[in-house]
Design a protein around this ligand. Sequence first.
Ligand SMILES: [Zn+2]
Length: 246
Amino acid sequence: MNFCKTKAITLKRRDYSNTSQIATFYTLDYGKVQTLAKGSKRIGKKVLGSIDLLCYSELIFIKREGSGLHVLTEWELLEDFPAFRKNLEKFYAGCYVVELVGELTEEEEKNEPLFLCILDALCGLSGTKNPTVNLLALELQMLKHLGYLPSLEECVCCDGRLLQGSDAFYSPVHRGLLCKSCSGEDGYKRLSPGALQAAKFLVSSKAAGLGRLRLSPYLCGELRGLSADYLSFALNKPMDMWKYLR
Ligand SMILES: [Zn+2]
């Protein structure tokens, strides 16, 4: 049997029978996996306790080739991030992380930098007083790790460096940022120099460093627009949680 041991973040859980559940995890070594957790609802079971959403854990599952539903045999809680269950704003932020990871990732596609970025975001979100900045950073970093975010340094058209202090322009369809002279007349959204600088900071910062970033409501709006446009383009639809967060 093919036993797989890995670190994981719980994304989804649903009942399968009176005693079992299907749990979806985003894992460090196997990407997103679905597992059957037999007996996970039984009280007092030693190995499989109740598997909660957004918990960070170490698990062992038996890989069933070709089935897409593997068998969870061990699950050990490493961090349960209680803040997501105590505060409504954090709860919504947590639900949004689940939606982002669920929608943007494919089954069984390993992406170690993405896993580490999500875990870092969960640590940051659970401790921060301002989830907006942490969520913006997570959105932009996920887009980067999955190849949807354009270079924030060069114009996609002329390869020239985007100059500090100058506006940049973008369109998700164009897959990149453009300098002023390449952007032409219309069809592109403007990104102010401040928003471009902030986007560069957000995309390259660990959650622990985000607390020192102060964003005006205007810059925040520009950055939300940028990430929302690229997310909508990547998924071909808006995210469900936006109506609670924006
Ligand atoms: Zn250009």
